[in-house]
Design a protein around this ligand. Structure first.
Ligand code: NAP
Length: 481
């Protein structure tokens, strides 16, 4: 792999400030063409226990630093990431598949959480409480929860780590991270830069490993762990929540979604189409906030579909390192086969493929950006998280009815509303049962606002002032006068 800074290509686990081999190695491959990128240490449950021990030993000294001292280290980490954005983006594209421009966007987005929380930790104020008893003085202080463990997915291999590690470290916690097995190189590069920034040994630890259940068991059940934070599928999240229950661990869960995208007859259709492409085709549809169900008012259905078709036809599919490419491969063949299965199910149930709907010859993980009409809520494509470049369109006629349909899912992560009518937009935004609603835009995530879902999409928030609160314990202090 050609990098301006070859130090960023790390292939060992990072435990207690040391780069350590595993008992064996695992392969990291380019999803675009199957090329072998690296052999990475395959960490075990024992490695994970060592990482938790290191984080536990490092906690007293790290929490004792002032917020300003922690912020200074985090700001150096932020700056080093930005200084190496081109290399980090290249690593990310090669192991994950997204186009280079998107990868650079993710690196900057990921780094922005470090910058934000470095600033935010200086304002972790407690309260002085008006007392209920003249002989007592009441106050609260906020203290770091302790050792935080994290499991992250492959679809945002940089940012899903910084959204957790940055607030945890800023609060004074120490962390152990298990990144996804498909994308360990982006994760390990972050540790290299954390080390260069001056994070003390043991404050940040990383274990890559093929035995996720064994590693996950340590991360959720070890007595030294105070909090577990997960981003991934709802199915795995539920399993890990159950494991956390035995030790009553604090936990945050950023899980799957099934986002509705509602286009009213008063929408600006060009804005609606641009927003739809942004949320639907970014990362080849493999984001948790990807549009999953497109509801279009019958009066503008045909016009919207025609414009969406033109926009999808303009997308260039190929290797993410090619500058002209806007959609890369899916992460692996299983993902492409799932997407194909959803198309087939929809067609058998009466939907029409207007565009795409097939594997592409570029490589075995490529699936064509696809437009499907005549979809209904009973089809698998409307009920399951698609995680691929499929745009399934349904019609609606009535505002109350489309709100009911949009809410009729166990998920509650993100929703989109396209309308130029401010009263309607307000009404619908408030009525949607989702953690995040975007109106007249398809891109909304930022470090300064709380990201997260309700219902089976999760518990807790990342980003904003809320993201910092997840890593503090509020202690009530009562002094007899
Ligand atoms: P996944 O299968 O749940 O995997 C996520 C992580 O969990 C990976 O690191 C994986 O390890 C690990 N894992 C899997 N099974 C485990 C087990 N039994 N014990 C412990 N760890 C286990 O999800 P994914 O397919 O990688 O990611 C896509 C999902 O993430 C989608 O549902 C998406 O919506 C969700 N997501 C949510 C958000 C959000 O903010 N709400 C953001 C991004 C993604 P291995 O890699 O080793 O298998």
């Amino acid at each position: 792999m050609q990098l301006a800074n070859p130090n960023l290509l790390k292939t060992q686990n990072y435990i207690n400030g040391e780069w350590r081999d595993g008992a064996s190695t695992l392969e990291v491959r380019d999803p675009a063409n199957g090329d072998l990128l690296a052999q990475v240490a395959d960490g075990s449950a024992a490695d994970t226990e060592a990482a938790v021990a290191a984080a536990s030993a490092a906690f007293p000294a790290w929490k004792s630093k002032t917020a300003g001292e922690r912020a200074a280290v985090l700001k150096r980490w932020y700056q080093l990431i930005m200084d190496n954005v081109d290399d980090l983006a290249r690593i990310l594209t090669l192991e994950q598949g997204k186009p280079l421009a998107e990868a650079k966007g993710e690196i900057a987005y990921g780094a922005s959480f470090i910058e934000w929380f470095a600033e935010e930790c200086r304002r972790a104020y407690g309260q002085t409480i008006p007392t209920h008893n003249p002989a007592m003085r009441l106050s609260t202080i906020r203290q770091p929860v302790g050792v935080v463990t994290c499991i992250t997915p492959w679809n945002f291999p940089n940012a899903m780590i910084t959204r957790k590690a940055a607030p945890a470290l800023a609060a004074g916690c120490t962390v152990v991270i298990k990144p996804a097995v498909e994308t360990p190189l982006s994760a390990l590069a972050l540790c290299q830069l954390a080390e260069e920034a001056g994070l003390p040994a043991g404050t940040i630890n990383m274990v890559v490993g093929s035995d996720a259940p064994a590693i996950g068991k340590v991360l959720t059940e070890d007595d030294r762990v105070a909090k577990f934070t997960f981003t991934g599928s709802t199915a795995v999240g539920k399993l890990l929540m159950a494991q956390c229950a035995s030790g009553v661990k604090k936990m945050s869960m950023e899980l799957g979604g099934n986002a509705p995208f509602i286009v009213f007859d008063d929408a600006d259709l060009d804005t609606a189409v641009a927003s739809c492409i942004a949320t639907k085709m970014r990362n080849a549809g493999q984001t948790c906030v990807s549009t999953n169900r497109i509801y279009v008012h019958e009066a503008v259905h045909d016009a919207f579909v025609a414009k969406l078709r033109t926009a999808i036809e303009a997308l260039q599919v190929g290797h993410g390192c090619d500058d002209s490419v806007s959609v890369g491969p899916l992460i692996h063949r299983r993902a492409a086969d799932r997407v194909q299965g959803l198309v087939q199910d929809a067609v058998e149930a009466g939907a029409s493929v207007e565009l795409g709907g097939e594997y592409l010859p570029h490589g075995e993980n490529y699936f064509a950006p696809t437009l499907i009409t005549g979809v209904n809520d009973g089809m698998r494509i409307a009920q399951e998280e698609i995680f691929g470049p499929l745009a399934p369109v349904q019609k609606f006629t009535d505002e109350d009815d489309v709100i009911r349909r949009a809410n009729a899912t166990p998920y509650g992560l993100a929703a989109y509303v396209m309308s130029e009518n401010i009263r309607r937009a307000n009404r619908v935004v408030e009525a949607l049962e989702y953690g995040m609603v975007a109106c007249n835009t398809g891109v909304f995530s930022t470090a300064v606002a709380p990201f997260g879902g309700c219902k089976e999409s999760g518990i807790g928030r990342e980003g904003g002032v809320e993201g910092m609160a997840e890593f503090y314990e509020t202690k009530y202090c009562c002094f007899g006068a």
